[in-house]
Structure formats: structure tokens, C-alpha cells
Ligand binder design. Structure first.
Ligand code: ADP
Ligand code: MG
Ligand code: ZN
Length: 503
């Protein structure tokens, strides 16, 4: 009999990282929130009808000439400074030549060996509270491409599609690319650190006011490079590059999957192919894209239609003076102002609810309550639904409203949680849900009547309580809750029972 051995496709993450050290490299693209595009006056507003925000420049028509958007340069410098980079005294745009239908000029204006910002770092809080210093190699400015829509296939990919449509509204929107140096030493925290880095970077960019950083709309997207090397090895392993990962959760899952896949390959004595890979949201897996074994020749050369960039030093210093405190400092201030401990802060950051708690407090909620709602009920709801907490169908204002109704005694905690569920199910804002279901806390009169009825109905229990058996009050409270359809405040019901039973 012939014995066929096939290597397992995946080896569990922890097992792989007992034997290998992971190395990460993150390339983050952020669309700048300028009013107009990088080299023309076209609007950058998201969601307009296809090909309504285009002109000869961003369509690359012959004879058109680009003019650099000064705001985009300023925003890029702001990002570089916030990431502790040096700002080039002089640099140039370069043409990156390749053919792709979503790129009307057949080249992309980017930066090559002369980026605007180099050599910085970002400090990132890891899962256990330790700080990882992520070295930044470069921050450069380029133009975004258009968007291709493949029609007729089941997956939206080009394979199986009958035709493709191109929308050039995005072509020419300023895009900043932030590239890290290879990050080693994260061990089993690798997946969490990758996610934490993108989270921290997103918060930093938001604080700078340079982008709306909406991953779901593609204004922040990430290429995730992962490699493994045997523990203690001196040389980096071969990396894979998972392209266009567009949620924080996906960043974490992509790292996890690549570790498991590459670990299985290496264990089987195979080598890792240097390639780009696609991430699949539905399965959390990656699949091969284009091989990078032979580096594509982009025939870079300095962009002849644009003058070099030479940011004046005093201008750079002016910009530096307006860079806000980094997110870590702002988080500490927020904690102090709202009575949160370092641990609270860490937990909220790791759960991805810090912004939401902040907004809920801003909408009028008591800080501790705002924190509890997001960390408990809403985190659990997100987990059940398999979505990010931030993507739940409830606004911070709605959470604040529900918290207020509970504080005012209009809702019990049980009812309040039911209201949350209904809001999440799309039944409308809290007040509408309460109205629809007739939910509210039983008034004092109704409660007193129910208490008296419960005592009358169960004289044996009542007698036991009178004799000092506190445990016997439980079933009586239960009877009151039942009689009021669950709308009673259980604590108040217990108080009233105790008062009447002289206990
Ligand atoms: P490319 O153009 O192929 O995407 P870049 O240099 O722009 O190459 O980006 C590569 C990214 O991968 C960088 O963040 C870099 O630090 C990282 N990187 C390089 N080598 C490795 C490696 N062996 N393992 C993991 N990441 C790596
Ligand atoms: Mg890349
Ligand atoms: Zn244009």
C-alpha cells in the first residue's frame, strides 16, 4: 500500500510561535481629508455618482498639467512630525509606471527614493500593557487610483466576472503611505500588536485632523507583511504581503492566519514564496495573489511635470507647533478627567471602545456608566453578532439616553438592556422602542399593590420572613416581578416587602 503523507495546511498559532519568531511589516495607506485632489481641483467627497468628480488632470488626458495641493503637503508633514520623523529638506515626486485600468495615466505619481518624511517611530500599547516601539521607515505622498468593479461573478473578483466598470472619482485623491521597518520581538503578541499599531495610528491620524480614517470606506487600509524565522535565527524569513486589509479585526486575523499557514509550510520543510495575498473576511483566510519573486520593474523616474518639494524649515516648525499631544497623552488626560484608572483605560483601549465611551460621556452619561455599558452589554452584543463594537447599530447618544432613563428610574437595568437589544435589532431609537413595547418601570402605587397581593397570596412565605428567614423573601420578590410584567424595580420591591413584614 502506498502511504501518502500530506502536511497539515495550518498549525495552531501558539504552537508555531513556540518554535518561530514572527516579524511584522505594516504599510498603511491613508486618504487625506483635503477638499480637493492632489494635483487638480476635483472634489474628494466620498460616495458621489461614478466619474462625476474627474477632470483632464486626474483622467490623465494629454496636455493636462498637475499642480500640487499645498494642503496635502502640509498634512503629510503633520503626519511625519507626529510620527517623530525627519522632514526632507528637498524631495521629489516620481513616476511609478505600470498598466492597470484603474490608473488612467498608466503611471502613478508617487515618491520613490526621496520620500517626504523618514526615520520615525510610534509607541504602541500592547495587549499586556507593555509598550512596543514601532520604527517607521518612511512616510510618503502619492495619488490614489480609481476603483474597479467586477460585475457578473459571485465573489466580486475578476474571476468569473462578465465585465468590469471603472470609477475614477478616487483617482488623484492624496494618499499617504506609512511604512514600518520590520518589527521583531512581538512573539505571541504579534497579532495583537499589529492590531494595536493600526488602532494607535488611526487615533493619531484622527487627532491630527488629516483624514476621516474610516476603514470601512477605505480611507485607511493596510498591507500586512508577515514572516517567520526559527527562534534565535539571525536572518529574516521570507514575507508574505496581505493586501488591502480594511478593518482592525481583519489585521489581527490576517497575522494569525499567516503565522498558522507559514508555520505549517516551514514545518513541512517547504519554503515561503514571496507574494502578495488577498484576505477573505468571511473565512479569515488568505489566498495567493501575485508572486513577487521577480520584482516588478516600475521604471521609476523623477516626475518631470512637477517641481521638487523643498518645505521651508520655518514652515515645518510652524506645523510642528500645531501638532496635538499624542493619543497616549490625550488618553491619560481623558482618564484623569473622568476618574478612570490605568487598568480601565487599558481595558477600554483593548476592547476598542475608548472613543465610544468618550462620546457617550460627551452626550451626558456618567463616566462609570458609559464605560460599563460599552464594556459589558455592548461588547457582548458585538461578540454575539461577530462585528466590531464600533459597528453596532447604536449611537453613543442612544446609549447615553438609555443610561439616563435607567438613572431616572424610568427603566430597570433589565429593561434597559432589552431596549439596547431592540435598538440593535433596528426597532428605532430608545424612546420609540419603549413606546412600542410599553416598557417602563412600574410606578410606586402599582408596586405597593403587587407587594400586598404577593403577601396575601403566600401567607406561609410571609410568616417565614416575619420570623427572620430572609431567604423566604426571594420568591415574594419574584411574584411581584411577575405581577408587574418584569417592570418593577426589584430592589424597591424587596424594600417594600421587608417594610411590610417588619423585617
Ligand atoms: P513592497 O513594495 O514590496 O511592499 P516595502 O518596502 O514598501 O515593499 O514594504 C515592505 C514592508 O514589509 C515594510 O513594512 C518592511 O518593513 C516589511 N518587511 C520587510 N522585510 C520583512 C520580513 N522579512 N518580514 C516581515 N516584514 C518585512
Ligand atoms: Mg507594499
Ligand atoms: Zn481632477
Amino acid at each position: 500500500m502506498e502511504l501518502v503523507t500530506t502536511a497539515p495546511a495550518l498549525v495552531p498559532y501558539d504552537e508555531v510561535l513556540d518554535r518561530y519568531d514572527p516579524v511584522l511589516g505594516l504599510e498603511t495607506h491613508v486618504e487625506l481629508g483635503t477638499v480637493t485632489k492632489l494635483f487638480c481641483g476635483c472634489s474628494t467627497v466620498f460616495g458621489a455618482d461614478p466619474n462625476t468628480q474627474v477632470c483632464p488632470v486626474c483622467l490623465g488626458l494629454p496636455g493636462s498639467l498637475p499642480v500640487t495641493n499645498e494642503k496635502a503637503i502640509e498634512f503629510s508633514i503633520r503626519i511625519g512630525l507626529a510620527l517623530n520623523c525627519s522632514i526632507a529638506e528637498w524631495c521629489r515626486f516620481a513616476r511609478k509606471n505600470y498598466f492597470y485600468p484603474d490608473m488612467p495615466k498608466n503611471y502613478q505619481v508617487s515618491q520613490y527614493d526621496e520620500p517626504l518624511c523618514v526615520e520615525g517611530y510610534l509607541e504602541v500599547p500592547g495587549p499586556g500593557g507593555e509598550i512596543y516601539r514601532v520604527e517607521i521607515e518612511r512616510v510618503h505622498l502619492e495619488e490614489d487610483t480609481g476603483k474597479t468593479l467586477h460585475v457578473g461573478g459571485a465573489t466580486g473578483r475578476i474571476h468569473g466576472a462578465t465585465h468590469s466598470l471603472v470609477d475614477y472619482n478616487r483617482a488623484g485623491i492624496p494618499l499617504v503611505e506609512i511604512v514600518t521597518k520590520p518589527l521583531a520581538g512581538t512573539a505571541k503578541a504579534a497579532a495583537d500588536v499589529a492590531r494595536a499599531y493600526v488602532t494607535e495610528l488611526r487615533d493619531l491620524l484622527r487627532g491630527l485632523g488629516v483624514s476621516d480614517v474610516r476603514m470601512e470606506q477605505g480611507s485607511l487600509r493596510c498591507d500586512v507583511n508577515v514572516s517567520l524565522m526559527p527562534k534565535g535565527a539571525a536572518e529574516l524569513g521570507t514575507r508574505s504581503e496581505t493586501k488591502n486589509v480594511n478593518s482592525l479585526r481583519s489585521v489581527e486575523r490576517a497575522v494569525r492566519y499567516e503565522v498558522e499557514r507559514q508555520g505549517a509550510r516551514l514545518d513541512a520543510g517547504e519554503r515561503i514564496v514571496q507574494e502578495t495575498r488577498h484576505f477573505h473576511e468571511d473565512t479569515g483566510t488568505t489566498s495567493p495573489g501575485r508572486s513577487k519573486e521577480e520584482a516588478q520593474d516600475y521604471r521609476y523616474f523623477p516626475e518631470p511635470d512637477l517641481v521638487p518639494l523643498a518645505p521651508a524649515r520655518d514652515r515645518v516648525e510652524q506645523i510642528r507647533a500645531t501638532v496635538p499631544e499624542p493619543p497616549s497623552v490625550r488618553r491619560a488626560q481623558f482618564a484623569a478627567a473622568n476618574g478612570f484608572t490605568t487598568l480601565d483605560l487599558e481595558q477600554m483601549t483593548n476592547a476598542g471602545v475608548l472613543d465610544l465611551v468618550e462620546q457617550t460621556i460627551a452626550a451626558g452619561a456618567v463616566p462609570a456608566k458609559a464605560r460599563a455599558w460599552w464594556m459589558n452589554t455592548l461588547a457582548a452584543a458585538a461578540n454575539e453578532r461577530g462585528v466590531e463594537v464600533a459597528d453596532l447599530a447604536i449611537t453613543s447618544a442612544e446609549v447615553a439616553r438609555i443610561a439616563a432613563l435607567e438613572d431616572e428610574g424610568v427603566l430597570t437595568n433589565t429593561l434597559a438592556r432589552q431596549v439596547v437589544e431592540k435598538v440593535l435589532d433596528g426597532e428605532g431609537p430608545p424612546d420609540a422602542v419603549i413606546e412600542t413595547h410599553g416598557w417602563r418601570v412600574a410606578g410606586e402605587d402599582e408596586l405597593v399593590a403587587a407587594v400586598e397581593a404577593a403577601i396575601a397570596a403566600q401567607p406561609d412565605l410571609a410568616a417565614k420572613v416575619r420570623e427572620g428567614n430572609q431567604g423566604a423573601v426571594g420568591p415574594l420578590v419574584g411574584a411581584v416581578m411577575k405581577a408587574t410584567g418584569g417592570s418593577a424595580d426589584a430592589r424597591r420591591a424587596r424594600e417594600l416587602l421587608m417594610e411590610r413584614l417588619g423585617s
